[in-house]
Write a protein that binds this ligand. Structure first.
Ligand SMILES: Cc1ncc(COP(=O)(O)O)c(C=O)c1O
Length: 431
């Protein structure tokens, strides 16, 4: 059974303050003068983000402080190695930034060790495998048709080529992880590692049960918490750190930091993980991104962020209920997280057609595999719209607009106009 949220949500009545645009660092004016071609693209993208609804579950609006760190002089710095042991000179400030990022990450998640250098979520998973596995080892992970990520054994990914992946799945009736089958597969295949994590599973995994099964067969437990890491930081999802050998994550998504990755582990694996990141899988760390990760970890430790992540989940639940009322079939019957997965088949279309119709109305989201039958559904998330300061009523309205856009594609004009008005009432960077 899914584990429920560990912390009681704070009152959903007070929306968290949206970002302030007066702190935005981008000097598009200067860029326009020098390179109007690229500046034009950036301005068009800014307008696209502000004029449509960003419902891609992996996206969010980072704060102006995070953007400032990304656009800082640390972007110029080379810093191979780790603080106090670099291959380059002049790393005093880079060292200081990385030490702060590591300290904030370990404190935020209660981990003994953090590596904040992975360039992305995939780089973090690659390094975790490099630290714990040898090519050819068997790994048990959620099968791709059920929501496993590319790095969990996709044939076109390094993981599928270098390791022997076995996929576990979900119960076709409930959509919940089929733990008895997972245990049976573990006993039969004796994997070297079990991966817990998904791109579209909207419920909390049972970390204690994953640990029990891993221990039973002598496997490492790797939790790929790329999606829920922000919820974990704010206490809106259970923390895998006490159960996992290694936790991999992205620092974007709900966590609302820069595009990047991170790894948490115990002191016993710290050196292996660090060596697997550098020099095994990466060269110099991107120090501007490391500084931006530190900023994001600092923000995630605030009461405002705790309120934010609980609202993200509350909003996803409102959206899921609204989509059900519109006739969509919501997998697992709802959500514990920022993710909602819905099958539009009862409205007479598949996920791809639904996504196209929703995009035409200004609602941007992904298709994803549905955990039964091979059809595609839609996956949406509430991290970005919640950052914009939208509330429960906005979520209910978005669900109604979904129904209208998917059912009545010929009459998209008024729907698109309402979507634009809703987005413009809640700018990601007001001012
Ligand atoms: C579960 C999971 N693992 C890994 C990743 C990879 O992250 P990135 O796109 O930063 O490589 C993702 C990204 O969506 C993910 O959802």
């Amino acid at each position: 059974m899914p584990v429920t949220s560990p912390a009681a949500p704070p009152s959903a009545a007070v929306p968290p303050a949206p970002h302030r645009s007066d702190a935005l660092p981008q000097d598009f004016g200067a860029l326009l003068g020098q390179d109007p071609e690229i500046a034009g693209i950036l301005l068009a993208e800014r307008d696209r983000q502000a004029g449509t609804l960003q419902l891609i579950a992996a996206e969010n609006f980072t704060s102006p402080a995070v953007l400032a760190a990304l656009g800082s002089p640390l972007a110029n710095k080379y810093a191979e190695g780790y603080p106090g042991a670099r291959h380059h000179g002049g790393c005093e400030q880079a060292d200081a930034a990385e030490r702060i990022a590591v300290r904030r990450a370990t404190t935020l998640f209660g981990a003994e060790h953090a590596n904040v250098q992975p360039h992305s979520g995939s780089s973090a998973v690659l390094a975790a495998y490099a630290a714990l596995l040898r090519p050819g080892d068997t790994v048990l992970a959620m099968g791709l048709p059920y929501g496993g990520h590319l790095t969990h054994g996709a044939p076109g990914n390094f993981s599928g080529r270098w390791f022997d992946f076995v996929g576990y799945g979900v119960d076709p009736d409930t959509g919940l992880i089929d733990y008895p089958r997972l245990r049976a597969l573990a006993r039969a295949r004796r994997p070297k590692a079990i991966v817990c994590g998904s791109i579209s599973y909207p419920r909390h995994p049972d970390h204690a049960l994953f640990r029990e099964i891993a221990d039973e067969v002598g496997a490492y437990l790797i939790v790929d918490a790329a999606h829920p890491m922000g919820l974990i930081a704010g206490g809106a999802a259970p923390n895998p750190v006490p159960y996992a050998d290694v936790v991999c994550a992205t620092t974007h998504k709900v966590l609302r930091g820069p595009r990047g990755g991170m790894i948490l582990c115990g002191a016993d694996l710290a050196e292996r993980i660090d060596r697997a990141v550098f020099p095994f899988t990466q060269g110099g760390a991107q120090m501007h991104t490391v500084a931006a990760k530190a900023v994001a970890f600092g923000e995630a430790a605030t009461p405002a962020y705790t309120l934010y992540v609980h609202q993200v989940v509350a909003h996803a639940r409102v959206l899921a209920a609204g989509l059900q009322a519109e006739g969509f079939e919501v997998t697992t019957g709802g959500t514990d997280t920022h993710i909602v997965v819905a099958d539009p088949a009862p409205l007479g279309v598949d996920g791809r057609t639904a996504r196209e119709r929703l995009a035409a109305a200004g609602m941007v989201l992904d298709t994803c595999a549905l955990p039964y039958g091979g059809a595609r559904g839609i996956r949406l998330g509430t991290a970005a719209v919640t950052t914009q300061g939208m509330d429960d009523r906005d979520m209910a309205r978005i669900a109604a607009l979904f129904g209208a856009a998917v059912r009545e594609p010929g009459d998209v004009g008024p729907i698109a106009a309402e979507v634009r008005a809703l987005a413009e009432r809640n700018p990601p960077y007001p001012g």
